[in-house]
Design a protein around this ligand. Structure first.
Ligand SMILES: C[S@@+](CC[C@H](N)C(=O)[O-])C[C@H]1O[C@@H](n2cnc3c(N)ncnc32)[C@H](O)[C@@H]1O
Length: 256
């Protein structure tokens, strides 16, 4: 199913889009363009900490603002968090729909994004959240402080070693029993982001499981949404000797 043509948004919206599809109702916009490119391919612009999103922030917001993709899954995931719990939205963009959904679920949200324009829009659109313009590479988070963390559409923008570092940082900042939700294609692949032109890389479910387990997480489930975005639900045990709680997101595929 994934990556590429499977990673679509229906109806129009989402984080990246094939410009050729923007006005076509028959063909929903492509979230991640095809075909997958060799994993060796790299055209990252190290000078741009947002991996291309600062430059296309206006286009991105107009596309993503019309999209509810991800909201249902995040809403269901949020039900397992403590009422009023603290949640990080990593690569939060302008906060629509993910942070808005978390706030509506009664959670306390802290958004982090590398794009100045997107963080400014986030502050305007999600005034009940706190926010910081920084990169996940540079962010400094207190240990054992958050109940949950979401990274919707971020993980695969990062270099593989940065993805591993992000999982490590999230594990360190979550409380025991904390939950981490992120999206990335199930299979290992690389492709060109159709909005930014930069390379995206999924390490694939097997590698994500290994990285999560190395940091003490259990990969408690996976699922796919209506736009065929693939979700990983990771949980830290409550205590050293506890088994992690299995997630309760409807239709999630329980990891074996
Ligand atoms: C595909 S968008 C997703 C935005 C949002 N999560 C959503 O659901 O609409 C990816 C976001 O990650 C941000 N980003 C990219 N690289 C980043 C990094 N290294 N650190 C923090 N944010 C980053 C971009 O600025 C952009 O807002």
């Amino acid at each position: 199913m994934l990556p590429g043509p499977a990673a679509r948004l229906t109806p129009p919206g989402g984080d990246t889009q094939n410009p050729d599809d923007r006005d076509s109702e028959a063909s929903p916009p492509i979230l991640h363009s095809t075909p997958p490119l060799p994993t060796e391919m790299t055209n990252r612009a190290p000078a741009d900490p947002s991996n291309g999103y600062e430059a296309i922030a206006g286009d991105f917001m107009s596309i993503r603002s019309d999209s509810a993709t991800g909201a249902d899954t995040v809403r269901a995931w949020a039900r397992a968090l403590p009422r009023g719990g603290a949640v990080l939205d990593l690569g939060c963009g302008h906060g629509v729909p993910i942070s808005k959904t978390l706030i509506e679920a009664g959670l306390s949200v802290h958004g982090i994004d590398a794009s100045s324009r997107l963080i400014a829009a986030f502050r305007a659109r999600v005034p009940d959240a706190t926010a910081a313009r920084t990169t996940v590479e540079d962010m400094e988070l207190p240990g054992g402080s958050f109940d949950g963390a979401v990274a919707w559409g971020l993980m695969f923008l990062l270099a593989p070693e940065t993805q591993a570092m992000l999982i490590r940082k999230v594990a360190a900042t979550l409380k025991p029993g904390g939950r981490f939700l992120f999206t990335a294609p199930r299979q290992a692949c690389a492709w060109r982001d159709s909005l930014t032109g930069q390379t995206s890389v999924s390490l694939g479910a097997g590698a994500y499981r290994e990285l999560l387990e190395a940091e003490g997480f259990v990969l408690a489930g996976e699922t796919e949404d209506e736009g065929q975005n693939h979700y990983y639900f990771a949980t830290l045990p409550d205590r050293e000797d506890d088994k992690p709680t299995i997630i309760t997101v409807p239709d999630a595929v329980q990891a074996s």
